[in-house]
Structure formats: C-alpha cells, structure tokens
Design a protein around this ligand. Structure first.
Ligand code: 5AD
Ligand code: SF4
Length: 467
C-alpha cells in the first residue's frame, strides 16, 4: 500500500476560513490525504487566504515566496510538492496570483473548494487550474462529511456555517464580491451536521455567516426561518451545552433573535455586533444602513431581555473623510455602550470597492494616533470587564489541557479563558468556577463542588467575520 499523501493547510483571517479549512481537509481525506503540521514535508500545501485588508492579502505572497524555496528543496529530494491558493484572495485575484507567483498550481475560490481533487488532477494534466466561479449548485451538498476521529480531534467547540455571503455592500468591504450574494442553508442540513458533531462529543456550536442574522434558511415546514427560530430548534438537540452565532448586522436583529436570548439559557449572552463608527456622517458614507441611534436601540433591546448580556464590536478608524469630530463620536459611543471586547482596524482601501474611489484620505499619522486612542479605551473596558469576574462564580465549559501541567482550560460565557487545576475528565463539561485572579486575559479559579456536576446539563468565544 502506498503511504498516505500529506496535506498542510494554512488559514488566514476569519472563523469561516477556519471552518472552510476543515472542510478542505475532509475533502482531501476522502482522496487519501492526511494532515501534517509541517509545510516542508507536505505533498500538497493549501493557503486559505483573506482579502479583507491589504496587509492580510499581501501575506499570501510572502508565504508563496517561502513555499517556492520549500518546493525546490522537495524536488531536489525527488518529491513533488503541489501548491493551491484558496479563499478570498483566490476569488478576488484569480489568475493574477499565478502571474505573480508561478509556483502556484491551483487557484480555487471559496465557493468551489469541493472541486479541489478534480482541480489538482487538472493541474497535473494541464499545468495550472483556476476556478473562481460561483457555481449554481452549492458546495455543501458535495462536501464529504468529516470522520468521527477528525471531529473528536478538533475538540468540543465547533463552527457550523449556516449562512454565507452578504448583500449589504458597505462601501469599504470586499465580502460581497469575494463571498458573493447572501445564501442560507436549509434547517434540516444544518441539523444533520450538528447531530454528527454532537454524536462525536461537540458541546458548543458557533453558527457562522458573514451576516449570520440575515439567516433565512428553509425550515422543515417549507417556510423561511429566521436565525432565532433556528437557534430555538438547535437548542433542543441533546448534547448541546452552548450556542453562539457570529457575525451579526445591527439592521438584521429581529424579534426572533431577541426572543431566543430571552428564552434559551444555552444561548450565550455575548454578542458580536459591529458598528464600525460612532458618527452618523461616516456611517452614511460607509453605507451601513443604520444610525448611531438605531445601534444603541438594538443594544437596549438585547439588554432588556438579558441583563447579563455583553457585547463586542468592530471599528474602522480613518475611513475617508473621518474628522477628529467623527472620531470623537466613535470614542463617545464606546464609552456609552461599554464593551467586553472589540476589534479595531485602520481603514484599508480595497480594489473594486466604492470607498477606494473616495478622496479625502485620512493621513497615516492621524490613523495611527486614532487607532492607539481607540485601542486604549477598548483595552481599559476589556480589563475592567475581566476584573469584574474576580470573586464571582461563573460557568465554564472546559475545552482541553492547558500548557501548565495539571491545569485544564475552558471558557466563560464571554469567551474569557478560565484555568483550574483539575482532572482531564472535566473536559466537555460546564462547571461552576470561583474566579480568584486575572493573569493578562486569563481568569484563574477553583472548581466549586456541586452534587449535580454532570456533562449533560444545559448551562445558563480567529477573528470574527463580515457584518
Ligand atoms: N479596512 C479596514 N477594516 C475593514 N473591515 C472590513 N473591511 C475593511 C477595510 N477595507 C473590518 C470591519 C469588519 C471586520 C471583519 O473587518 O470592521 O467588521
Ligand atoms: Fe457585509 Fe459586514 Fe462587509 Fe458590511 S462589513 S459588506 S455587512 S460583510
């Protein structure tokens, strides 16, 4: 028997790329490949790329430079290394990638990676293969299912794509062009995937989509179900301790989602709700389709039904035309909301987006300075939020052995890592932990003894994507 061929996959960017990378591993496993952590001894290297900002996008070319050297070395040892570029840079740049980096054999967009085996065969035959179409048939029906061992090796927390693409067209964003129009998967397909995961030990699900709360997949009754209804349905599946979803758009928060937070103790009270800016003038130029007031009203709706709810967000500083006054409005909004965490980015013009044509660029030094001020404010809020946990008892879902011997690490409802000294059989369970101290971003504590400490109870966290 021939030894299995080795696959190395490197993923950049968002949670959906993490999910897609796993599905590519599953696809290639069906074709006889096993994963390796080392690119140098791989027969196939896939770069699963991100196009959201220029920096992310350029990383692929420096990595391809390194891979060219690795491929030459492999060839000297009589080994053939194949290189594929997948993900959003593949979608956006297509054949240009091969012109810039002739070492690449295959370019495959995010809607076509189920064709990878066939594309590799085509590249062997014809030299190169490129596929960046949005095929009319969706890839999910064609992807091989993960094996039990693969699910177990990935741990107790899993992503499930329920929705993909975006129709919002924020003027700075490439997602509508790289991931395409908004599509939702049918409820029964999602349920099938979820059952396979829970049968293999998964306890926490994060439903992902670039604009996840625009979800409107077909339910078993033939009607379009909103995200809240899907969450209600999934919460009934035995074995699920925690549900999360990401990333939401403020405009698409409907009553069903608010009701899900009101009714489902397993739905974690931590919502990633990007706002991007605290200035109505900039929000309009970004085509966000909401004002600051709308956003604050949405936050209040969540807070009314779940007092312990906390929020994270995304911010862009230095969008074209952003004045000091606009930026101050962003700081004021952050002060007003009070975030548990947030991501902030310098505006990066992306080819083909409307904002890339806008004049009035903010200077690099102003952008740098604004980013520092915003991040300082966000950090102080995050630290205060984390410190507030000290002395309280919180539910932790335990994930894995920590680096320190004897320690097990899990996450709180707010995705804070929490460490305790305990036996590994608590992995997969939700248990109360008395928090004693904070070390950087990690909480340290002790298990609180409970008579009903079981793994079966439903208890009352890569970058995020889209929206
Ligand atoms: N420049 C900077 N940040 C961006 N994002 C999206 N596009 C850009 C861009 N062109 C940020 C947004 C989004 C997050 C995923 O990435 O804040 O919510
Ligand atoms: Fe869609 Fe989000 Fe990009 Fe706006 S920022 S276009 S909502 S993915």
């Amino acid at each position: 028997m021939k030894p299995p061929r080795k696959l190395h996959i490197k993923s950049y960017g968002c949670q959906m790329n993490v999910y897609d990378a796993q599905r590519m591993v599953d696809t290639m496993a069906a074709d006889g490949f096993v994963e390796t952590a080392n690119a140098d001894d791989a027969d196939l290297v896939i770069l699963n790329t991100c196009h959201i900002r220029e920096k992310a996008s350029e990383k692929v070319y420096s990595e391809l430079g390194r891979l060219r050297v690795a491929r030459e070395e492999a060839a000297r040892n009589g080994r053939d290394m194949r290189i594929a570029v997948a993900g959003c840079v593949a979608q956006a740049e297509g054949g240009e990638i091969i012109r810039r980096a002739p070492v690449v054999d295959v370019v495959v967009g995010p809607q076509s990676y189920h064709h990878l085996p066939e594309l590799l065969a085509r590249a062997s035959r014809d030299g190169k293969a490129i596929e960046t179409e949005f095929p009319p048939l969706d890839k999910f029906g064609f992807l091989p299912q993960p094996k039990s061992a693969a699910i177990r090796a990935r741990g107790i927390s899993a992503f499930v794509t329920v929705q993909e693409g975006c129709d919002k067209f924020c003027t700075f964003c490439v997602v509508p062009y790289t991931r395409g129009a908004e599509v939702s998967r049918p409820v029964d397909k999602i349920v099938e995937d979820v059952k396979r995961l829970t049968d293999n030990g998964v306890r926490e699900l994060t439903l992902i989509g670039q604009n996840v709360n625009a979800y409107h997949g077909e339910g078993p009754d033939g009607r379009a179900w909103p995200l809240g209804r899907l969450l209600h349905h999934l919460a009934e599946i035995p074995g699920i301790a925690r549900l999360r979803y990401s990333t939401s758009h403020p405009r698409d928060v409907d009553d069903s989602l608010i009701e899900a937070h009101r009714d489902l103790p397993g739905l974690m009270p931590f919502v990633h709700l990007p706002v991007q800016s605290g200035s109505d003038r900039i929000l309009a130029a970004m085509n966000r389709k909401h004002t600051v007031r709308d956003y604050v009203a949405v936050i209040e709706r969540f807070r009314r039904v779940r007092q312990d709810i906390a929020f994270s967000s995304d911010f862009i500083v230095g969008f074209p035309g952003e004045t000091e006054e606009d930026f101050s409005a962003t700081l004021a909004l952050v002060m007003q909301i009070g975030y548990a965490a947030a991501y902030s980015f310098k505006y990066s013009p992306r080819p083909g987006t409307p904002a890339a044509e806008m004049q009035e660029m903010v200077s690099a030094s102003d952008m740098d300075e604004r980013l520092v001020r915003l991040q300082e404010l966000i950090d102080s809020q995050q630290s205060a939020f984390n410190r507030a946990a000290i002395g309280t008892t919180v539910d932790v879902l335990f994930e894995r052995a920590a680096r320190n011997p004897g320690q097990i690490v899990g996450r709180t409802a707010y995705l804070q890592p929490a460490h305790v000294m305990a036996s590994p059989d608590i992995i997969g369970k939700v248990l109360p932990v008395r928090i004693e101290s904070l070390e950087r971003y990690s909480l340290l504590g002790e298990l609180v003894p409970t008579p009903a400490a079981s793994g079966a109870t439903i208890a009352s966290s890569p970058t995020t994507i889209g929206a």
